[in-house]
Write a protein that binds this ligand. Sequence first.
Ligand SMILES: [Zn+2]
Ligand SMILES: [Zn+2]
Length: 367
Amino acid sequence: MKTRAAVVTESGSPIAVLELRLAEPREGEVLVRVAAAGICHSDWHLVTGDTAHPLPAVLGHEGAGVVEAVGAGVTKVAPGDRVALNWAPYCGTCFLCKKGSPALCRTYVGPLWAGTMLDGTPRFALDDGRPVYHYCGLACFADRTVVPEPCCVPVPDAVPFEIAALIGCAVTTGAGAILNTAALEPGESVVVLGAGGVGLSAVMAARMVGCDPIIVVDRAAAKLEMAADFGASHAVAAGSGALEKVRELTDGFGADCAIEAVGHPQAQATALEATRSGGRCVLVGLAPMGSTTELDTARLVREEKAVLGSYYGSCDPERDFPLLCDHYASGRLPLDRLVSRRWALEEVNDAYAAMLSGEIARGVIAF
Ligand SMILES: [Zn+2]
Ligand SMILES: [Zn+2]
């Protein structure tokens, strides 16, 4: 069959929207008609070349849609099912899965990072037959895509596709940092550095938990203006003076928990300084591969600060996607507010320009 898709043909070039061939799903695979896909920063790293990946590749790892067909042996979903796509499928039987860390499962990362299905081959191809690779096994910037069965998580009718799509990455990553990694409790203070889709999801989750104060730090004035809508009690402009302001708002000690959702060494250092003694500093943003942040380890010991990495919100998608859907449907997590703007697939480069400018919370490609 044919599908239209947003493709990185070579790093440094604009994203191209091309008609591709798409093969039928094989054993253990699912054909999904994509309904919505979120504009996330991670895809951009393929465009710039910061993430090495076989090219050409179809972008998109934050999506939702309807199952159209299933390959042999698929039992988890059936045609007609509405699904959110999970970019970190897990096996459930390995050492890390059994330790309760399915987000850290390594069983499938080989083929997924190689841009293929789990059998090591891609389903997309150019007209001349040359292969086109799948980003994160999802490649959901496409009308139709084929994904591994473990990536499909059924979602209830009450959750619109664009919300289900965001639950597939930004919401789970941000809210999960609050609910799972940091396990924040009512009354705890939190500072969130970086108010993109992930940071604002963390803010909404902190509000739901009853954290206070909830301080947002960002360099974009537009983000600071929107922070209150998501439940922030205070918004602070990033840069000189930000740390003092955060301490002022937290009795002079810093926050019980700092969430770094930027992925920049300088912001990580600020997050650690903004954490009170005995508090926890959660690193959520992915810094460029190989970058490092200096830690004053003597202070870390004396001040008993915990530094925690949080990958995909320390989630179990099978448990957490339905839970987040529930929080949304009951009004506890107002995830609609994240969707600032919708674009057509053909406008994908405009959507990324808007994301990079910092003017939107989250953009969505609507199919
Ligand atoms: Zn993402
Ligand atoms: Zn596993």
